[in-house]
Design a protein around this ligand. Structure first.
Ligand code: PMP
Ligand code: GLU
Length: 389
């Protein structure tokens, strides 16, 4: 259609949301569907967070707040970044957004110009390349390998660079692979970035969801130079089961970038929903034992999935160390990932996301942020599907 902008015509719809909606539509028709597609925790938001938002509503906290968020929440985020992540940012370096998704988009819009290149290690979260295109930039996709734990190496980073490189996106723990970068790996990537003043968009939305020895490290905590080059993206959707609240944030030690992010917020959405921000404040200030319990529960599910996938001989996996996904290499099944997912959904009623959405057409993504019953039945059917190929 002629009237559509070039910008939007270059962009594909979100496959993660499309599959989730397809599964919902089948359910609405009365079909039983085993949903292993969406990255949305099935657990409810903890009660003390809901109570705080309800109290805020009752108290009339129903008006605009400053675009960057209520001061108490921005302060609490800055304090959390220091305590949990050893990242030093001033309160004015924090901007509360409508989800980590908006936080990523604001960052890209604030920094990427027409023709700028953004290095994105693949497999990547579905929205990064599209956000870069919406901003007029060019995604430069760097294929990582299962053998290297799905992580970009400093050599690959250097090779992908050109005079037009503006930014690299690091997502650790990562969606869809669950890969976690160690402090040493981040330091080595950081050296390459700081040598050429490349901005780092560090999407840390899954920071709390790590299993075993490997823990999340923020690249912004490594040294002051890297802190100035980094925009940290975080949020409440995963750690607090608050997907529908639409709350995230950007945080940076770079005053000029912080100001730019605030300007974008001023002219696009203004503040994130006022009473929801009070819920987020309660999340940060309240008890956190439920996070440990939730992580333990996810780990039980992760081990369960691992146990079920290992005996299937015509797929291969790298054990995910974080987030709540398995990225499964299905090359031997001989189907393109979209075709595979369509068959799995239509014939076996199991919803998963095609790897093509993450830049890797030989794979599929399976989420385990749902109940063990759904996971068990979904995997049983997936095993039958693999068996029939
Ligand atoms: N980054 C990554 C890697 C994600 O998987 C998601 C999806 N949850 C987001 C950002 C966006 O999260 P939010 O729901 O806070 O917008
Ligand atoms: N990020 C989640 C996912 O990858 C939720 C859907 C989306 O926003 O993409 O499934």
């Amino acid at each position: 259609m002629d009237s559509l902008s070039n910008r939007v015509q270059k962009v594909a719809p979100s496959a993660t949301l499309a599959v989730t909606n397809q599964a919902k539509a089948l359910r609405a028709k009365g079909e039983e569907v085993f949903g292993l597609a969406g990255g949305e925790p099935e657990m409810d938001t903890p009660d003390h967070i809901k109570q705080a938002a309800m109290a805020a509503l009752q108290e009339g906290k129903t008006k605009y707040t400053p675009s960057a968020g209520i001061p108490e929440l921005r302060e609490a985020i800055a304090a959390k970044l220091l305590t949990d992540n050893s990242v030093k940012v001033e309160t004015k370096g924090v901007c509360v957004t409508s989800g980590a998704k908006q936080a990523c988009f604001n960052s890209i819009l604030a920094l990427v110009e027409e023709g700028d290149e953004v290095i994105i290690p693949a497999p990547y979260w579905v929205s990064y390349p599209e956000m870069v295109r919406l901003a007029g930039g060019e995604p430069v996709i760097v294929e990582t390998t299962a053998a290297n734990g799905w992580k970009i190496t400093p050599e690959q980073f250097e090779e992908a660079m050109s005079p037009r490189t503006k930014m690299i996106i690091i997502n650790s723990p990562g969606n869809p692979t669950g890969a976690i970068y160690s402090a040493e790996e981040l330091k080595a990537l950081g050296e390459v970035a700081s040598y050429e003043d490349i901005i780092i968009l560090s999407d840390e939305i899954y920071e709390k969801l790590t299993y075993g020895e490997e823990k999340h490290v923020s690249i912004a905590s490594i040294d002051e130079e890297l802190a100035k080059l980094t925009v940290v993206v975080g949020g409440f959707s995963k750690a607090y089961s608050m997907t529908g609240w639409r709350l995230g944030y950007t945080a940076t030690a770079n005053a000029a970038i912080a100001q730019a992010l605030n300007k974008i917020q001023d002219h696009t959405s203004s503040n994130a929903t006022t009473f929801a921000q009070y819920g987020a404040l309660a999340a940060l200030e309240g008890p956190t034992d439920f996070i440990d319990e939730m992580v333990q529960e996810y780990d039980v599910r992760r081990q369960f999935v691992l146990g079920r996938l290992k005996p299937i001989t015509n797929i291969s996996i790298v054990e995910p160390k974080g987030a709540f996904y398995f990225f499964i290499d299905c090359t031997d099944l001989g189907l393109k990932s979209q075709n595979l997912c369509d068959k799995l959904l239509n014939r076996y009623k199991v919803a998963v996301v095609p790897g093509v959405a993450f830049g890797h057409d030989a794979s599929i993504r399976l989420s385990y942020c749902t109940t063990l019953d759904v996971i068990a039945e979904g995997l049983e059917r997936f095993a039958q599907f693999c068996d029939s190929h």
